[in-house]
Design a binder for this molecule. Structure first.
Ligand code: FS2
Ligand code: SF4
Length: 555
């Protein structure tokens, strides 16, 4: 195997024997095969749209499959060989339906791969992946810098597909323009052509596509569940039977809340699900009692200690311990061999039954602890006047956005230390799992600015990154300046491919001076990094004290 798609990759080089995430060489090879199938189907979709007369149902199925199959290959999503092989088989079926239309495609060799001959045996599907592993594709391109640009586009587009899959979950429909663009970019990434300029533009196009996907997701959330509003979330246990929900998918949580109504079961959020409490359509359920635990990387201990079943709707899942495997349920693109999977009908009966059989929490923890979520752009923008006044009067020196992923590495403490060392007249916005590096800080708990505004405002899941884009753009408009002239600094903690998509979105908007850490991606070559530093002043996180000084100087 050779996988380096995430920040935790072995020795910051690549996972070559087994993934740091637990992914086996077999699963990795199957995922390589699946990604080749995604590119092949994308080539057919591009050709089909060009003639414009293809059965809309076939395109709908291809859209859905593209997003879900791609999402299954993100870090910490699917460890089940059977599930990955099923996605490949569905892709073969789609490819055959397109082939039957007699279209002509851009990369005939890939699009016409005779998958049908290998699809019956999982070993052969795996063999195909080994034969098309990353080093082999890199050698075929023959230019490491171009391949690095291809990987940047690939991982960013994986993230964008995951966000688009979330939007589909909520809306049940696709934005055809977005899907057309996604398929065109996959088709471009299918090529071995060492086209530096084209691949760089392609990476920026991924960022631009992802901006539209995030906007769609943002409006889908608000349309279905109401505009998020600042809401204190109980972070301690309440006596009674319990179900824990992790991942990002709010439609799944809503379905579970409906099915558990009046059953005497309390529902808790975990990890990226915490911001769910800010949506009127979810917080109206009194049995959504609070949040349990912290970020995804602590799940092996936290899930083991939870006295009820656990549902993981999307990333990030870890290969479970025996201590809770029997009461773990996956959904959507998530999969682990031997773990029960809730189907697309969202029938939570087995989860509810198991929760009723278990004891739940023996008593309510007092005094309770709370954390406020819900500073979505809809809640922050009304404060813009106050923020601008504070900036102009000198009461607020700088806004620092700390966003992205969390993970196990000790050096992610950088983000906690940064937040704690920033002067007291700075406003800290958090987004994604990275919030966990800030919200548990005793030093920052309850801190306010001189004008009474909270010093730390959490804007939501990484899925809500659009909020940061809106707030920055609107503040720039109000102050009549460019985004890079705002008293705003960004520190991004990256791990997986959704973070790559968000980073490309910010770069495609021309945002400069982003600090990226705790280490730089293994797939960025020194030459490509030079280009990104020259064009965007993208820089690695460094020494906290020195970074605080630079940030406060606007560098
Ligand atoms: Fe966190 Fe993991 Fe949200 Fe990432 S739950 S690191 O995949 O998607 O952020
Ligand atoms: Fe390694 Fe990350 Fe790939 Fe898992 S997803 S195998 S940790 S690089």
């Amino acid at each position: 195997m050779f996988c380096r798609q995430c920040e935790q990759t072995q020795h910051h080089f690549a996972c070559t024997t087994v993934g740091v995430c637990g992914k086996t060489s077999e699963t990795s090879a199957l995922q390589d095969t699946l990604m080749e199938a995604v590119k092949a189907v994308s080539l057919w979709c591009v050709a089909a749209r060009q003639i414009g007369t293809v059965d809309p149902q076939l395109l709908h199925e291809a859209n859905k499959w593209t997003l879900q199959a791609t999402f299954s290959t993100l870090t910490n999503v699917n460890f089940s060989d059977e599930a990955i092989a099923d996605y490949i088989r569905q892709g073969v079926d789609l490819q055959q339906q397109f082939q039957a239309l007699g279209l002509s495609v851009q990369e005939p060799q890939l699009a016409n791969t005779n998958w049908a001959s290998i699809q019956d045996s999982i070993e052969e599907l795996e063999e195909y992946g080994h034969a098309h592993s990353l080093p082999k594709r890199q050698a075929a391109m023959g230019n490491d810098d171009c391949f690095s640009l291809n990987e940047i586009g690939t991982y960013g587009l994986k993230g964008a597909c995951a966000y688009a899959a979330h939007a589909y979950q909520l809306l049940g429909t696709f934005d055809e323009e977005i899907m057309k663009d996604i398929h065109e970019v996959w088709a471009k990434l299918a090529s071995n052509e060492a086209d530096t300029e084209g691949l760089l533009q392609n990476a920026m196009r991924v960022g631009e596509i992802n901006a539209r996907v995030l906007a769609l997701l943002d409006s889908a959330h608000a349309e279905k569940l109401g505009a998020p509003e600042p809401t204190p979330v109980r972070m301690t246990a309440t006596e009674g039977k319990a179900i824990l929900v992790s991942g990002h998918d709010l439609a799944d949580l809503e379905a579970l809340l409906k099915q558990t109504e009046g059953k005497g079961i309390n529902v808790y959020t975990h990890g990226e699900m915490t911001p769910a409490h800010s949506y009127p359509g979810l917080k109206k359920y009194p049995h959504l009692v609070g949040n349990y635990g912290t970020a995804w990387q602590n799940q092996k201990f936290e899930f083991a200690g939870f006295p009820g079943p656990i549902v993981v709707t999307t990333n990030c899942i870890q290969i479970p311990r025996r201590a809770y495997k029997e009461r773990l349920y996956t959904m959507n693109e998530v999969g682990v061999t031997g773990v029960k999977h809730i189907g697309s009908d969202r029938d939570f009966s087995p989860v509810i039954e198991q929760a009723l059989e278990m004891k739940g929490f023996p008593k309510t923890v007092e005094p309770a602890k709370y954390h406020t979520v819900g500073f979505n752009h809809r809640a922050v923008l009304p404060l813009a006047g106050k923020v601008i006044e504070a900036v102009q009067s000198g009461a607020l020196s700088r806004i620092v956005l700390i966003g992205g992923c969390d993970g196990t590495q000790w050096d992610r403490n950088y983000f906690t230390n940064l937040a704690e060392e920033l002067p007291e007249d700075t406003l800290i916005l958090t987004l994604g799992c990275a919030k966990n590096r800030v919200i548990h800080s005793e030093k920052l708990l309850g801190a306010t600015l001189a004008n009474g505004m909270p010093r730390v405002m959490d804007m939501g899941q990484c899925n809500d990154s659009y909020s940061a884009v809106v707030v920055a753009s609107e503040l720039a408009k109000a102050l009549n300046c460019g985004i890079n002239d705002l008293p705003l600094s960004l520190a991004l903690s990256h791990l997986e491919q959704k973070a790559a998509a968000v980073l490309l979105t910010l770069l495609s908007m021309g945002v400069k001076n982003i600090r990226l850490g705790p280490s730089l991606p293994a797939f960025v070559t020194p030459n490509v990094l030079n280009v990104l530093s020259q064009n965007y002043n993208l820089m690695p996180t460094g020494d906290v004290q020195e970074d605080v000084v630079s940030i406060m100087e606007g560098k």
